[in-house]
Design a protein around this ligand. Structure first.
Ligand code: GKR
Ligand code: MG
Length: 428
């Protein structure tokens, strides 16, 4: 089997005005969709965080992917690396998301190849990753502080006819009551059993109050997580950590860097998790030496694909790290890939993150994927078990062209609402 075509399509999906340490989500989240077609007519799909640079890099990668056998992932990786050059330094310190280009590009291509391979042999992707250890992949409710509105256009318009979660997700959530209401609406709508609050947006004690309000509302049996995206000082992280001991399931990136995370671990008994200080295989020696975290949030987009994520899982098992999964705003191709990966990863024992409830548009046939009592039921269909909705893809590509965004920049979006606002590596 030979790859004969590779199509790269940037899309923009509506995203509400969600707040985080880096600022405010733009009205649209950018994703890039990759479709790889083989000489037998079978196609495979991949999806990664989008930007104009990602599109250009994927198009360049396409020049060397065409002609390859989709089963030869090592050869494809080597060819892409030769075409694009090696990854630069992760530079994770200054941005809340990971800019490693090669890792991203290969991840998109690799997932599309796995989809293709699965369709070619008539087996689901999880079977190609070692076989499923679970049929259902639990996800967590991912809460954000947010401004009122639905997103989709600057001005954060709301749809007066929205009902259910679509109505709830338009409401503002700027204090503990708002966060509890958001949590209840999201858990009611999707059945999630674990809850994560994206912090770093409000003064730390207010975020701790929101966690304590949820502990009160949901009871001690509900796993709670708080993620300030490394924007707190050591003093704040230790003080707030002490307030939340016995309450949080895990404390995600309270401070910046492996050394600082290790220091928090000496003072606070809550397990520490990261998707910011240990984000690549190069970071593993430092993680082990310092014990910078107890749990690593994997993400196939950022760790270099599905096979790399399985390798990460084994490293986590070897060095006594728990394993959870990180998310950004995404569509169904990513969600399907996350579900197959989690299904085939024995030690992925925490409910995975997903931003999916905050999005409303889809590129896959049949529309939005459904959560069943907080979980995605892993498809037994060949490949990822999804098909491309070509009309929706074309519409979301038009939306990409019309929206004018070329890269994620939450600081610029925040400045539209609060002139002069600036990202700070340590704010509180
Ligand atoms: O989308 O605002 C966001 C998140 O803050 C995202 O950028 C993070 O990468 O979800 C992520 C996290 O867990 O750090
Ligand atoms: Mg995080």
């Amino acid at each position: 089997m030979k790859i004969t075509e590779m199509h790269v399509t940037p899309i923009a999906i509506s995203d509400p005005p969600l707040l985080n340490a880096a600022g405010l989500h733009a009205p649209y989240a950018l994703r890039t969709i990759v479709e790889i077609v083989a000489d037998n007519g079978i196609y495979g799909l991949g999806e990664v965080p989008g930007s104009a640079a990602t599109t250009a890099a994927l198009e360049a990668a396409g020049e060397v992917v065409i002609g390859q056998d989709p089963f030869q992932l090592n050869a494809i990786n080597a060819a892409i690396q030769q075409r694009l050059g090696p990854d630069g330094a992760a530079n994770r310190d200054q941005t809340p998301w990971n800019p490693r280009r090669l890792t991203h590009i290969f991840s998109a291509v690799e997932v599309a190849c796995f989809d293709l391979m699965g369709k070619a042999v008539g087996r689901p992707v999880c079977d190609l990753l070692g076989g499923r250890v679970r049929d259902r992949v639990p996800f967590s409710a991912y809460l954000f502080y947010k401004f009122k509105g639905a997103g989709g256009a600057l001005g954060f318009g709301t749809d007066p006819n929205a009902t259910g979660w679509a109505a709830a997700r338009q409401k503002a959530a700027l204090d503990p009551d708002g966060i509890v209401a958001e949590a209840q609406a999201m858990c009611d709508a999707f059945g999630f059993k674990s809850i994560k609050l994206k912090g770093g947006a409000m003064p730390p004690d207010e975020e701790a109050d929101a966690i304590l309000a949820m502990y009160e509302a949901f009871g001690p049996g509900t796993p709670l997580r708080l993620d300030p995206n490394a924007i707190w000082s050591m003093e704040t992280a230790v003080r707030i950590g002490k307030r939340l001991e016995g309450v949080l399931e895990y404390y995600e990136d309270p401070v910046r860097g492996q050394e600082a995370m290790a220091e928090v671990g000496k003072a606070v008994t809550i397990p520490r998790a990261t998707n910011m200080c240990t984000t690549s295989f190069d970071d593993i020696p430092g993680s082990v030496r310092l014990h910078s975290e107890d749990i690593i949030l994997s993400d196939h987009h950022f760790w270099g694909g599905l096979r790399a994520s399985i390798e990460l899982a084994r490293i986590c098992r070897t060095f006594g790290r728990g394993l959870s999964m990180h998310s950004n705003s995404h569509a169904g191709i990513s969600l399907a890939a996350m579900a197959h990966l989690a299904a085939a990863t024995p030690n992925l024992t925490y409910a995975c993150d997903t931003h999916y409830p905050w999005q409303s548009e889809e590129v896959i046939q049949g529309g939005r994927m459904q959560f069943d009592d907080g979980a995605i039921v892993v498809s037994g269909e060949p490949g990822l078990g999804i098909e491309l909705d070509r009309q929706a893809l074309a519409q979301l590509h038009e939306q990409y062209k019309a929206c004018g965004l070329t890269a994620r920049n939450d600081e610029v979006e925040m400045q539209k609402v609060q002139p002069g606002w600036q990202f700070m590596a340590t704010r509180w």
